[in-house]
Design a protein around this ligand. Structure first.
Ligand SMILES: CC(C)(COP(=O)(O)OP(=O)(O)OC[C@H]1O[C@@H](n2cnc3c(N)ncnc32)[C@H](O)[C@@H]1OP(=O)(O)O)[C@@H](O)C(=O)NCCC(=O)NCCS
Length: 159
């Protein structure tokens, strides 16, 4: 399958908003979100991804598999801090076929430097996924910290 990661343009904001609803719905397996009275989960930080802000960088990406919308990545870095994967999603249809791995590697390649990726405690599939992907991207050179919220991998992507 051909996997492409493309920067999401401001015109793609509505597409990302819809994909975020699918992601947040999936996430109710792990975190107890409720729908609002419009029947939406809502994602309050979406507009920030196209806002000029000197204190941080936010990069929105769409993921396509064989040309079809298959997921997204939202990447964030506070000034002076590491890159973080704020959100990352692959549609169910495309899972376990390497789409997530290839998309994550592409995102890492676009954002070299220090990274931190966190997963909530209950999201054990994502923990397995990130350990595998980060391990492959770094030759196993990453650390992992556990907190009451979940686990965080720290590593560096060479430029
Ligand atoms: C986590 C997620 C991104 C994985 O995407 P994917 O396209 O299925 O990942 P890949 O096919 O590249 O998987 C690579 C490897 O990660 C591991 N992995 C992926 N999904 C897994 C799962 N559900 N259970 C256990 N291991 C898993 C496996 O080792 C897998 O290799 P294999 O299929 O050869 O065994 C996807 O399941 C998803 O979007 N989940 C919902 C949102 C989410 O949890 N996002 C991450 C937030 S931190």
């Amino acid at each position: 399958m051909n996997v492409v990661v493309e920067p999401a343009k401001v015109e793609d904001k509505a597409v990302l908003r819809r994909l975020l609803e699918l992601y947040l719905y999936d996430f109710t397996e792990f975190l107890p979100h409720d729908l609002n009275e419009h029947g939406e989960f809502g994602y309050q930080y979406l507009d920030h991804y196209w806002a000029a802000d000197e204190r941080e960088t936010r990069l929105p990406f769409l993921v396509r598999a064989d040309g079809k919308l298959a997921g997204f990545a939202l990447v964030r870095r506070k000034a002076g801090g590491p890159w973080t994967m704020a959100e990352f999603f692959v549609m169910r249809k495309y899972r376990r076929g390497g789409v997530g791995s290839r998309a994550a590697r592409e995102v890492f390649a676009r954002c070299p430097g220090a990274w931190k990726v966190s997963e909530v405690t209950a999201n054990t599939p994502a923990q397995a996924f990130w350990r595998r992907v980060i391990g492959a991207a770094t030759g196993g050179r990453f650390t992992e910290e556990e907190s009451e919220k979940g686990v965080t991998q720290a590593f560096t992507i060479a430029g």
